[in-house]
Design a protein around this ligand. Structure first.
Ligand SMILES: Cc1cc2nc3c(=O)[nH]c(=O)nc-3n(C[C@H](O)[C@H](O)[C@H](O)COP(=O)(O)OP(=O)(O)OC[C@H]3O[C@@H](n4cnc5c(N)ncnc54)[C@H](O)[C@@H]3O)c2cc1C
Length: 364
């Protein structure tokens, strides 16, 4: 067996929902050489098996046994590529921890990531769903990324030199970012592994603190919003998130379980007429409804099935407190989806990526 390849790897501590899961084959990717060896082995021995790229496992619902190869991205490195008086361009390896990156950049005086503090996971996964929080999305700072196209690689030895040849750069526009979406979620696109991302950050802060929660959190720190520095915003965001969201290391979860549904203006008006305190935000000509509000109003907050539950402070978060399986979590999600459809004729879409027992990804 090649060095680096592990058979029957337990994945229960590699997914923040803490479902019991294992992978038939597993490879920790710490360098380009690891990736070359892993892909060469995959191409030669098991390319008919599914392949899963894993970061922090904070946006995944894993079925019990994954029948293919898991590539666990653990490469490290933050490089300053360019700087001038206004901005810096940095390159970040896929395995870097996202929150540590946000803190590091803010300490360096490289601004723009503060609102995205405390989002779990790895930097290489951030473009997949264009992570966002409190009015800021990754697409506002991502300049480009490097990725490898799995299916384009030809191999004729134990290492494949072709990884470098198949590696290419996608710029921001080519990533086709949208709300919790990007080209990487499109099933008709080639399968890609993101190896690094490039971020353009500012040297002088332009803070995004419109969200009432951030303003309140700043005030609780004794900082008037007009006087806030990026470091204060970072702290305010961390405090706010710790107050509202359960820590996965204490109560396993994948953050928001459902996307905020986007509905037409007519549908929004009809709902608003019936539910005066409906929480919604304009989204182009449509409206984005607060999924948490819908679920909360429908009475699900704190609802508990045998092993899984709706969090008692945040209705958008499902928690797995007794080693429930993917099926337990999805059964609860289905009950909520059906109920929300009945009440509001709104379809709730699941946000995390669901890997089925055959290793295939459910498209969402
Ligand atoms: C408590 C909590 C709070 C959260 N809050 C937010 C939030 O505010 N905003 C938000 O947007 N998200 C949030 N999330 C979701 C999650 O943190 C993000 O989606 C994060 O980017 C996932 O990173 P990860 O490394 O854990 O990805 P994983 O869960 O490991 O993978 C997610 C998907 O990306 C793919 N993938 C991972 N790495 C790569 C790579 N290098 N190349 C190609 N594909 C890859 C995987 O195959 C999978 O399809 C939250 C989650 C939790 C648990």
């Amino acid at each position: 067996m090649p060095i680096g390849l592990v058979e029957n790897q337990d994945l229960s501590s590699f997914n923040t929902l803490a479902v019991n899961a294992s992978a038939k084959y597993y490879w920790a990717i710490k360098s380009e050489a690891d990736l070359a060896s892993a892909l060469a082995w995959y191409k030669q021995h098991s390319s008919d098996l599914p392949l899963l790229v894993l970061g922090g496992g904070s946006n995944l619902i894993l079925s019990e046994s994954f029948p293919g190869l898991v590539l666990h991205m653990q490469s490290q490195g933050i490089d300053l590529l360019e700087e001038d008086s206004e901005s810096v361009l940095i390159e970040v390896a896929a395995g870097e921890n996202w929150h540590d990156l946000v803190c590091y950049c803010t300490q360096q005086g490289w601004y723009g990531l503060e609102n995205l503090a405390l989002i779990p996971g790895a930097a290489g996964a951030a473009p997949i769903q264009n992570i966002g929080a409190y009015g800021v999305e990754l697409c506002q700072v991502l300049e480009s990324l490097h990725c490898v196209e799995i299916d384009g690689i030809e191999v004729d030895g134990p290492d494949c030199d072709d990884v470098e040849k198949s590696s290419h750069e996608l710029n921001n526009q080519q990533c086709q970012f949208a709300y919790r979406d990007s080209i990487f979620k499109n099933p008709n696109e080639p399968r890609r592994i993101i190896t690094s991302i490039r971020l353009r950050l500012k040297r002088s802060a332009s803070l995004n603190i419109q969200y009432p929660g951030i303003q309140q959190s700043l005030k609780a720190l004794g900082v008037e919003p007009e006087q806030a520095r990026p470091e204060d915003v970072l702290q305010a965001v961390c405090n706010l998130r710790r107050e509202k969201l359960p820590d996965p290391s204490e109560l396993p979860n994948v953050g928001s379980f459902f996307k905020n549904p986007i509905v037409s203006a007519e549908h929004y008006q009809a709902l608003k007429a019936e539910f005066a305190d409906l929480v919604a935000y304009p989204h182009g000509e449509q409206y984005k409804l607060a999924a948490g509000w819908l679920i909360d109003q429908a009475g699900w907050k704190g609802h508990r099935d045998e092993k899984v539950a709706v969090h008692d402070r945040q209705a958008l978060v499902l928690v797995n407190f007794q080693q429930g399986s993917a099926s337990d979590v999805l059964a609860l999600a289905k009950k909520i989806q059906d109920d929300i459809w009945q009440r509001y004729q709104v379809a709730l879409e699941i946000e995390p990526r669901h890997i089925m027992a055959n290793g295939m990804l459910v498209q969402n």
